[in-house]
Design a protein around this ligand. Structure first.
Ligand code: BG6
Length: 489
């Protein structure tokens, strides 16, 4: 049997994502014995560092779920011995060739597989792929490349990026990551639907009144304004994370759990939607605010953001899927920074019970009597179903209460970070949770005309105070479709 080795190269190793997510996830995988016996991790970036400085950086910034476990330090020492650094420019073939030499030294005589993680800004992306000449990588096993968003800013630039990447890589080498697909509850969505008889029969316009995808953060751009201002919340969260969840939520039953079968169904959902119009959306931007003696900055106070920026930090949108299953059902999305809470959830509001015998117990507000299924993606993962229940006692009072599956009570073990799942999948060649190029095209197709219009017409975002529940316009948008946001009611 030929011995094999895995080289994992993190390009952009000194960046934030590498420090906060990639290295901790790799260490967690190592700790859990999920990495192959023989592996090495290489960091590549412009910063001048040596192996020891990289190791120092990794152990200093380790914030993963493992760090309180027993023998964590021993494991960390073993892990760090396998970490190496090479400093180089992203547009230098020569520097990448030097890196290649280092990889080969470690791979000597073995079947070598290579995973590259490109955690670098989009403007240097193609250069790096070209200079690293990954298609012709000298690995004699597989070579795979994980790429991080933003995958362009609109249909044209994304198409251009895909074309450039395909000059240097084949589609099956490219793993486009959307880390929301690696979140436990998002993965569970299909399990819930397709392995429980009680949900799938209700999963259509016949029983579902609307579906809401909600993302909120209780902090602003905090130093990331330079990146963010060029993209805005629609590109940062909606076009990818929320839309991907929507596609998984709404797809037809795939032929199998095979990656191509699942992605075929997801792309059909995206292609059944019409591009968003200006009237389907409201946008907002946070303004400064003082609360409890503390003052919170406005978005435009971020030193890396132009003072007259119109970039939205909040958006709400209504989308429709024109197929037999979902015709007429509003799919609402809401995403914002600097709101009152940090949360991501999917809320499914069911229709009213026809001829409800208990109607009078709900007064005039029958919406209060409808069932709602909530998948709380984070924090404090949970799935709960709001049902009507009789309040125990002699009278007949009804109460809407929760059938609650609280993960921390049911599954006390920590939940792996999304990056662990996705890195492991890439190592195993599992593409189910990565975005195929046709999905990406369809996703941009839905948002590009809207983004252009917002930018060309210089639509002014509605201001909302830092730490608030977002602009009032989001309520009007929902009301237009007879919807109330579940997280606010
Ligand atoms: C990233 C966005 O993709 O997701 C960030 O670029 C956002 O703006 C982040 O903060 C949220 O991820 P998570 O996993 O912390 O919810």
């Amino acid at each position: 049997k030929v011995e094999s080795t895995l080289s994992i190269t993190v390009v952009g190793a000194s960046g934030d994502l590498a420090k906060k997510k990639i290295f901790p996830a790799l260490f967690a995988l190592f700790y859990e014995d999920c990495l192959p016996e023989d592996f090495n991790v290489f960091g590549y970036a412009r910063s001048n560092m040596n192996d020891n400085e990289l190791r120092d950086m990794i152990s200093r910034t380790l914030t993963c779920r493992i760090d309180k476990r027993e023998n964590c330090e021993d494991k960390m020492d073993q892990f760090l011995k396998r970490c190496f650094y090479h400093s180089g420019q992203y547009n230098s073939e020569e520097h990448f060739a030097e890196l290649d030499k280092k990889l080969k030294e470690k791979e000597a005589g073995k079947l070598s597989n290579r995973l590259y993680y490109l955690s670098i800004p989009p403007n240097i992306f193609v250069d790096a792929v070209r200079c690293a000449s990954l298609r012709a990588s000298s690995a004699n096993g597989w070579t795979r490349v994980i790429v991080e968003k933003p995958f362009g800013r609109d249909s044209e630039s994304s198409g251009e990026l895909t074309r450039c990447l395909k000059q240097y890589l084949s589609e099956d080498q490219i793993f486009r990551i959307d880390h929301y697909l690696g979140k436990e509850l998002v993965e569970n969505l299909s399990v819930l639907r397709f392995s429980n008889l009680v949900f799938e029969p209700l999963w259509s316009r016949d029983y579902i009144r609307n579906v809401q995808f909600i993302f909120s953060e209780d902090f602003g751009t905090e130093g990331r304004g330079g990146y963010f201002d060029n993209y805005g919340i629609i590109r940062d969260i909606m076009q990818n994370h929320l839309l991907q969840i929507l596609a998984l939520f709404a797809m037809e039953t795939p032929v199998s759990l095979d990656a191509e079968d699942i992605r075929n169904e997801k792309v059909k959902v995206l292609r059944s939607m019409r591009p968003l119009q200006l009237e389907d959306v409201i946008i907002g931007q946070y303004k400064g605010h003082s609360k409890g003696g503390r003052s919170f900055p406005a978005y435009v106070d971020d030193p890396t953001v132009p003072k007259d920026s119109l970039t939205p930090t909040f958006a709400a949108a209504a989308l429709f899927i024109h197929n037999a299953r979902w015709d007429g059902v509003p799919f609402l999305m809401k995403a914002g920074k600097a709101l009152h809470t940090k949360r991501a959830e999917i809320r499914v509001q069911f229709r009213h019970v026809p001829g409800n015998l208990y109607k009078r117990n709900f007064g005039t507000d029958l919406d209060k009597a409808t069932n709602e299924l909530v998948l709380r993606v984070q924090p404090d993962e949970a799935i709960y179903l709001k049902i009507n229940n009789k309040v125990p006692g002699l009278g007949m009072r009804l109460d809407r209460s929760d059938l609650n599956l609280l993960y921390r009570a049911r599954y006390p073990r920590e939940i792996p970070d999304a990056y662990e799942r996705l890195l492991l999948d890439a190592i195993e060649g599992e593409r189910r949770l990565f975005i195929r190029s046709d999905e990406l095209d369809a996703a941009w197709g839905l948002f590009t005309p809207l983004l252009k219009e917002v930018e060309e017409k210089k639509i002014v975002p509605e201001l909302y105070p830092y730490g608030s529940r977002g602009p009032v316009g989001a309520h009007y948008l929902a009301a237009k479709y007879n919807v109330r946001w579940g997280d606010l009611s």
